[in-house]
Ligand binder design. Structure first.
Ligand code: OXD
Ligand code: MN
Length: 611
């Protein structure tokens, strides 16, 4: 797209010396003829370019300069209030056959959608500049990596893409004359929700997003390419693109074990990825590879290897404090873009959950004076920061390793007030896939719509899987055959609530205790007890020293309630029915087998440390 001969050249079109291969130049010209920008600017990723665009963004009111003495290189952006989260109802997978998008995606016919979008894009960049943003997902030169080009009329998008991806002239060198690049077109239009659409064309490796400036809709490298399009490419090419953080855990004796973990949006992925271990875990270190997306392939040793395709973090601000995420607070000290947070009178940022109380004279996320005690939040619940991954004190240089890092465990987690214990281990790969496929979570403010409603969110990919969910499950099962050294699979729940309605588990850094049990399982050092739904640690298997947690609370955190699990599996069965004919029979059979084995007086079986 656009495959249009109807468009006429724009004689006024100025461009700074276009580079890149022929296919790229032709496509850029074609889009410029359609959208008719006043100028086309090829981004080179240089510091000079960043300074120039930042100055321009400040002059145009797109960015507000924050207090440079307190936060050098930091800026604030305020979105249109109608455009503050992903819009799943306006996100489409446009495959030639509807069944290839599957029952969990919105689908529209590619030809009709191209025609409609061509109409909306015609002349849409008049009076504006079209930026050509070349980027690579994954380390430059890595066999994992893929090139994308985003054409956008938003400086905010360019400046964010600069942080989120490896962006600039070097990408064009990697691309050369190749036609193999993701084509992304982003046009802000007038931010009218009636003319907002985020459309994916996996068969053309193309994305068109119009009418929104929100990160998840407009930074096309992120959810659109690195997840929706890449998951579809991964299926064809035999790998996985997942909504997962990647972290390395180094023990005091210097052994580093890498894990990848899938959680829905706003369930603490960024926190977990850069967690600070509790004081009792002297000598343990956490190394962040990524906080949101993992691309996973079978490595030459037959194990599963992962890269983080991104170069920065675009994460939720509220709730971050020195207590909950010290590394995040440090990395936000400089060179970051904040979106929709509150601003203090001295030009600093503030959000709910920060260490300091709201100062007098605070401006809320829309720039309005905010009064203490107001029922409205000062920072939008989905307000964000964009920050380079190298800002993170826990950043691992292995994030740049072309071959990625070896993954010893996959963790699935959701936000569940009931049913799901603190941690569960699967008994085999199919069971692990089953755990991921039946994941449920309560909805959050990361997407427009009701918050706190339980929905099935398999592998945390419900909004991000670019093809039929049943085929996706089958692909996961197939990967289990291709991977010769299989990672263990776990499920966690940091969000279980007690009878008083409070969270049972303290979460944040204390999650290290759960990770430690996983490592001990991986290395054959810890046991557990077998339940019909998986292996759960005994209280004695978890390292709880120094944690003020009554034994009865620990028991509640680990409890398996048969009645709740029966209801859970019934609900999972309804979801499997919704997937329809592509739903793999292995997973349906596993559900039935587990359901059958759940009864109130099932004997407790201890599980030995090594399998
Ligand atoms: C995100 C999301 O922005 O999942 O990462 O919504
Ligand atoms: Mn995410």
């Amino acid at each position: 797209m656009p495959r249009s001969d109807e468009v006429t050249p724009n004689p006024d079109n100025k461009t700074n010396s276009p580079t890149g291969g022929r296919a790229l130049r032709d496509w850029v010209k074609q889009v410029a003829r359609l959208t008719r920008p006043d100028a086309v600017v090829w981004c080179d990723g240089s510091e000079a370019e960043k300074d120039r665009l930042t100055r321009q963004a400040v002059a145009e009111g797109i960015l507000i300069e924050l207090n440079q003495a307190k936060r050098p290189g930091c800026y604030l952006h305020r979105s249109n209030p109608n455009d503050v989260a992903r819009t799943e109802q306006l996100t489409f997978v446009c495959t030639p056959n509807k069944k290839d998008a599957g029952p969990t995606n919105n689908w529209s016919d590619p030809a009709q959608t191209y025609t409609k979008l061509r109409g909306w894009l015609g002349g849409s960049m008049r009076g504006r500049t079209m930026y050509v943003v070349p980027y690579v997902l994954g380390p430059l030169g890595s066999p994992f990596s893929k090139v994308g080009i985003e054409l956008t009329d938003s400086i905010y998008v360019v400046l964010n893409m600069r942080i989120m991806t490896r962006m600039g002239a070097a990408v064009l060198d990697q691309l050369g004359e190749s036609r193999d690049f993701n084509r992304g077109i982003h046009c802000t239009l007038d931010l009218n929700p009636e003319r907002r659409l985020i459309c994916h064309f996996p068969q053309d490796n193309t994305i068109i997003s119009v009418g929104s400036g929100y990160g998840g809709n407009a930074l096309l490298s992120k959810k659109c390419f690195a997840l929706r399009i890449a998951s579809s490419l991964g299926r064809e090419e035999g790998w996985l693109a997942e909504h997962m953080l990647i972290l390395g855990l180094e023990s005091p004796n210097g052994e580093t074990t890498y894990v990848a973990a899938a959680f829905p949006s706003m369930c603490g992925k960024t926190n977990l990825a850069m967690l600070t271990p509790p004081a009792e875990f002297q000598g343990w270190k956490v190394h962040t590879i990524g906080d949101d997306i993992a691309w996973l392939r079978v490595g030459p040793d037959g194990g599963l290897w992962a890269v983080n395709p991104e170069n920065g973090y675009f994460a939720v601000a509220p709730g971050n404090s020195e207590k909950s995420n010290l590394n995040a607070m440090r990395m936000l000290q400089h060179d970051s873009i904040f979106t929709n947070v509150a601003m203090t009178p001295d030009g600093d940022v503030w959000w709910e959950g920060m260490d300091t109380p709201a100062p007098d004279g605070l401006l809320d996320w829309q720039g309005r004076p905010w009064k203490k005690g107001s029922p409205d939040k000062a920072a939008h619940p989905n307000s964000r920061f964009t920050t380079p991954m190298r800002n993170n004190p826990a950043w691992s240089p292995h994030a740049d390793d072309p071959q990625g890092v070896p993954i010893s465990a996959i963790i699935f987690g959701g936000r569940r007030a009931t049913t799901v214990p603190l941690v569960l281990e699967s008994t085999d790969w199919t069971h692990g896939v089953f755990m991921g496929a039946t994941m449920g979570s309560e909805t959050t403010a990361a997407a427009a719509g009701a918050v706190g409603v339980l929905r099935r969110d398999p592998m945390a990919m419900l909004p991000f899987c670019g093809y039929n969910m049943g085929d996706y499950f089958a692909h996961w099962l197939k990967m289990g055959i291709a991977i010769k050294k299989l990672p263990r699979v776990f499920m966690v729940n940091w969000f279980r609530k007690g009878a008083d309605g409070d969270f049972i588990w303290p979460g944040y850094g204390e999650n290290m205790r759960v990770l430690k049990w996983m490592l001990d399982r991986i290395h054959g050092r810890a046991g557990g007890r077998q339940t019909p739904v998986g292996i759960v640690p005994n209280q004695a298997d978890l390292d709880l020293k120094g944690l003020d947690l009554p034994a009865s609370t620990a028991r509640d955190a680990l409890a398996i309630n048969p009645a709740e699990w029966k209801a859970e599996l019934e609900s999972a069965g309804e979801f499997f029915e919704k997937i329809g004919p592509t739903m793999p029979k292995e997973l349906k059979e596993r559900r039935q087998a587990i359901l059958k084995s759940i009864h109130d007086d099932a004997p407790v079986q201890q599980v030995a440390a090594s399998r």
